[in-house]
Design a protein around this ligand. Structure first.
Ligand code: PLP
Length: 360
């Protein structure tokens, strides 16, 4: 059986070239006689893999010199605790609640200090991004936290919040490297890589150097201290070595594609195809306010739960995998990350048209 179109929200589709190249190097990585999986993380060969991955990521995003890049474990969810443990000097932080992931991050931070929920879109099932131009930012807030692309609800900040001088912390798991970003606007940018970059098990944290201190909350585990990992160049203990290797290949693939400006254009073109279809469809409709639509995650419904279920069933049989919406929202969701080809979205739209004709 060949490869299918995989619209999973994560772990998600990866570039075929990357998978092929990893397969070629599986038994013997460049004359070392072993797989990267079997290699010491202190070896010369591995040292080169992680250093090159970091250099390529810095290149892609234009990361300023006063930012560290950390390759860590524990997924994005572990950062929900690590961020307050390391940043809550005043034991206070502002959170903007735009979906499940921001909500979970706020709940976790509450274990360590005061959490001020300064805006939320929960009133309309997180179908929009609140106006963040003049929020009641707390005087004593150590940081302002956002989830920049909401994987489940399909919204994305098109403009960053006005933090009134406070440090901005952003979870970019599901929009990482989908378009250029100005890292200098953030204190921390982080993401689990299994959405748009690599295999599950690695989380990338880009953190401004002045936020890396020994002054962390009492009881913070060594492994959850940014300074420990920053000082050791992500090699304090065994890192998620194979995952970092695959991320490195994806960074090279992105550079080969022409970089993040080109990816942005491709992603806009892909998303437009699907959104334009949804906007004129008499059966399907997108669930997000148009101005806040994500380029990566596209939720849609027919308005009839049975018909939704039929669509998911028939699409699966036709070779479109993982189109079922998140269990908390129902309906459908197409995740169209960097590695989803334009042809995949074209084929999906053609299938939706046919389904519409048959079921109206
Ligand atoms: C998937 C996801 C998470 C959780 O990631 P884990 O690596 O499973 O902890 C957090 N935030 C966002 C935006 C996500 O999409």
């Amino acid at each position: 059986m060949g490869r299918i179109y995989n619209f999973s929200a994560g772990p998600a589709v990866l570039p075929e070239e990357v998978l092929k190249s990893a397969a070629e190097e599986m038994l013997d990585y460049r004359g070392t006689g072993m797989s990267v999986m079997e290699m010491s993380h202190r070896s010369k060969a591995y040292g080169q893999i992680i250093a090159e991955a970091e250099a390529d990521l810095r290149d892609l995003l234009g990361i300023p010199d006063n930012y560290k890049v950390l390759f860590l474990q524990g997924g994005a969810s572990q950062q929900f605790a690590m961020i307050p443990m390391n940043l809550m000097k005043n034991k206070s932080a502002d959170y903007i609640i735009t979906g499940q992931w921001a909500k979970k991050a706020a709940q976790e931070a509450e274990k360590y200090g005061k959490v001020n929920r300064i805006a939320s879109s929960e009133d309309k099932t997180y179908s929009y991004i609140p106006d963040c131009s003049d929020l009641p930012i707390s005087e004593d807030a150590d940081y302002v936290y956002i989830c920049e692309n909401n994987t489940i609800y399909g919204t994305k900040y098109k403009e960053l919040p006005n933090t009134k001088g406070k440090t901005l912390v952003a979870d970019v798991s599901s929009c990482f490297l989908s378009e250029p970003m100005d890292v200098a606007k953030y204190g921390i940018v982080y993401g689990g890589v299994q959405k748009n970059i690599g295999p599950a098990g690695t989380v990338i944290v880009i953190i401004r150097e002045d936020l890396i201190t020994e002054d962390v909350l009492p009881g913070t585990p060594t492994m959850l201290t940014y300074k420990i990992h920053a000082d050791a160049e992500s090699l304090y203990n065994t890192p998620p070595a194979y995952g970092i290797y695959i991320c490195g290949k994806v960074f090279k693939w992105l550079k080969g594609m022409g970089g993040l400006e080109v990816m942005k254009e491709r992603n806009e073109k892909k998303a437009k195809l699907l959104y334009d279809f949804l906007d004129q469809s008499r059966l399907f409709k997108g669930t997000v306010v148009p101005k806040d639509r994500s380029l990566m995650n596209v939720p849609f419904v027919t308005g009839d739960a049975d018909l939704d279920a039929k669509f998911v069933r028939e699409s699966k049989a036709a070779g479109f995998e993982n189109l079922k919406g998140h269990r908390t929202v129902g309906g459908m969701r197409a995740s169209i990350y960097n590695a989803m080809p334009y042809e995949g979205v074209e084929a999906l739209v053609a299938f939706m048209k046919k389904f519409e004709e048959e079921n109206l």
